[in-house]
Design a protein around this ligand. Structure first.
Ligand code: ADP
Ligand code: MG
Length: 492
């Protein structure tokens, strides 16, 4: 997050602009579009010492984050944070105290005497309370998460010895909060006691590892400090209120650990041993039932991502922008979870725009929709990005259905357009095929002889229309697939 400063004139203009549009408390936000955010919680202002320099950060704190207490307030020689509660109250620049500037207190007199008496007395009382609580076998209030020093991770022991699995912990702490994830302090505590075992994937930003926490496998995506923005963005998207869903990768924690020389940026999630759908389809064929279940789960995940839920516990519409078989994971249950939300964009209902300045040509060229390839996408509308996701979804379905084995007959695994473009196609390679020649992956005739495959083929064609507005929606696709008959009772 590169800190930025800007003039008070600019801020005043923004203030005027926003007061026309919205009603919540507005704050300066150095990492948001328009440098503004809106919250029911507090405006946040912080300065921290990084590489010998003061780094300023201003943003919004949600009521949920305030509950976790990790954000406000705090003050030390290397970190100062403040929360305030009026419009734009964080429009002041904080500074750290100069080391050695703290004037020594002269004589304390009676105050010193009081301190000498009161502190040991308090400690004695505390010891007595703890002893009584322990003897009674009751949970002592001082062991509760909220009572820990917010700067330090919790004792890992207290989390592990709760006897709860990560899934239960996430369920308990998420449902008791705002539905956006674990409190930040708990996230940090978990992240810092993970033992890394082996690398399991490589993508755009560094490596993905399998790690262990309290006897459970977890996946750890490690970003280099150069990619801090990507780490921040992905963590932010995963913690969108009400995003959690069975078919979206289960986010556990984000942590940034500074060891003095470099910053390690971690994103911890549930681990899925089958890896990506791409890996899975490369070495497995799938039954007709398997295809329906996998496809339905992907459509459910995407429909949830795309859906806007209105209300205080609502969820903004989100578009993925890099949907492909390598960004979908296969779970033990034979269903999928959509992963890699690093390029996703949210619909900002206040401005009716998408929430970050968008570079419209992000994503993987092979999976780019025609309107992205020929640069005709309307980038200020979330619907455009949702429609582009649907085009990519059709390609993922095509990869999947090719691997469907009926009486031992199936196709080999291939990437979409494998027979039409070179192995690392350029945008121009793709554009010629997809936009100029209007070609699409081949739908073989033998799919017509199986009802499920016939329907899947029809869905694909309706995902691939050149006109994005004519494509099916995620919800429609989910409904259509859910009407297909699965012989075993395995519907998602
Ligand atoms: P990038 O943003 O670098 O593309 P991804 O999140 O897509 O990173 O992960 C890269 C690869 O790592 C995936 O294609 C998959 O093979 C593997 N991977 C990622 N997350 C998990 C996970 N939770 N469980 C198992 N494998 C994973
Ligand atoms: Mg990826």
């Amino acid at each position: 997050m590169a800190p930025q400063r800007y003039s008070n004139v600019g801020t005043a203009l923004i203030f005027l602009y926003v007061t026309q549009l919205s009603t919540g408390m507005k704050c300066i936000c150095l990492v948001c579009t328009n440098h503004l955010c809106e919250t029911e919680g507090a405006c946040w202002n912080s300065v921290m010492l990084r590489n010998g320099k003061e780094e300023v950060l201003k943003s919004c704190v949600s009521p949920h984050q305030m509950k976790g207490q990790i954000f406000c307030p705090s003050s030390s020689n290397i970190l100062r944070r403040e929360c305030c509660f009026t419009d734009f109250c964080n429009n002041i620049t904080l500074h750290l105290p100069k080391v050695g500037n703290v004037s020594s207190t002269p004589s304390w007199g009676p105050l010193k005497l009081a301190v000498v008496i009161v502190i040991p007395a308090c400690l004695l009382c505390l010891a007595a309370i703890v002893t009584i609580c322990t003897l009674r076998g009751q949970q002592c209030p001082y062991n509760k998460i909220e009572r820990h020093d917010v700067e330090e991770p919790l004792s890992d022991h207290s989390l592990m010895s709760s006897g709860k699995s990560l899934k239960d912990l996430i369920f308990d702490l998420t449902t008791s909060g705002s539905g956006s994830g674990l409190p930040l302090l708990v996230q940090r505590t978990i992240a810092r006691s993970i033992v890394l075992h082996e690398t399991i994937g490589k993508g755009r930003f560094g490596e993905v590892w399998r790690g262990r926490w309290s006897g459970e496998d977890v996946a750890v995506k490690i970003f280099s400090s150069r990619d801090e923005r990507s780490w921040f963005r992905e963590a932010e998207i995963y913690q969108t209120i009400m995003l959690r869903h069975e078919h979206i990768l289960g986010f556990i924690a984000a942590d940034n650990k500074d060891n003095g020389t470099w910053t390690q940026l971690w994103l911890v999630s549930e681990y899925h041993e089958h890896g990506s759908l791409f890996d899975y389809l490369n070495c497995h064929t799938v039954s007709v039932d398997g295809v329906i279940i996998l496809a339905l789960s992907i459509a459910s995940g995407l429909a949830h991502l795309h859906m806007e839920i209105i209300g205080t516990q609502g969820k903004p519409a989100i578009a993925h922008r890099d949907l492909k078989s390598k960004n979908i994971l296969v779970k033990k249950s034979g269903t999928c979870a959509i992963a890699d939300l690093g390029l996703a964009v949210k619909h900002d209902s206040v401005t009716n725009m998408i929430d970050i300045p968008s570079n419209h040509r992000v994503g993987t060229k092979r999976y780019m929709a025609p309107e992205i390839l020929d640069d005709k996408i309307y980038i200020n509308n979330i619907e455009s990005f949702k429609r582009a996701d649907i085009y990519s979804l059709g390609l993922v379905f095509w990869e999947l259905v090719r691997r469907c084995s009926i009486r031992g007959i199936h196709d080999d695994y291939q990437l979409p357009y494998y027979d039409m473009v070179p192995s690392d196609p350029s945008i121009e390679d793709m554009r010629k095929v997809v936009c100029d020649q209007k070609l699409r992956p081949n739908i073989p005739n033998h799919w017509q002889s199986c009802e499920a495959l016939r329907v899947m083929g029809k869905i694909m064609r309706e995902c691939w229309y050149a006109n994005g507005a004519a494509r099916l929606t995620g919800l429609r696709i989910k409904k259509t697939i859910s009407q297909l008959t699965v012989t075993k009772d395995l519907k998602v």
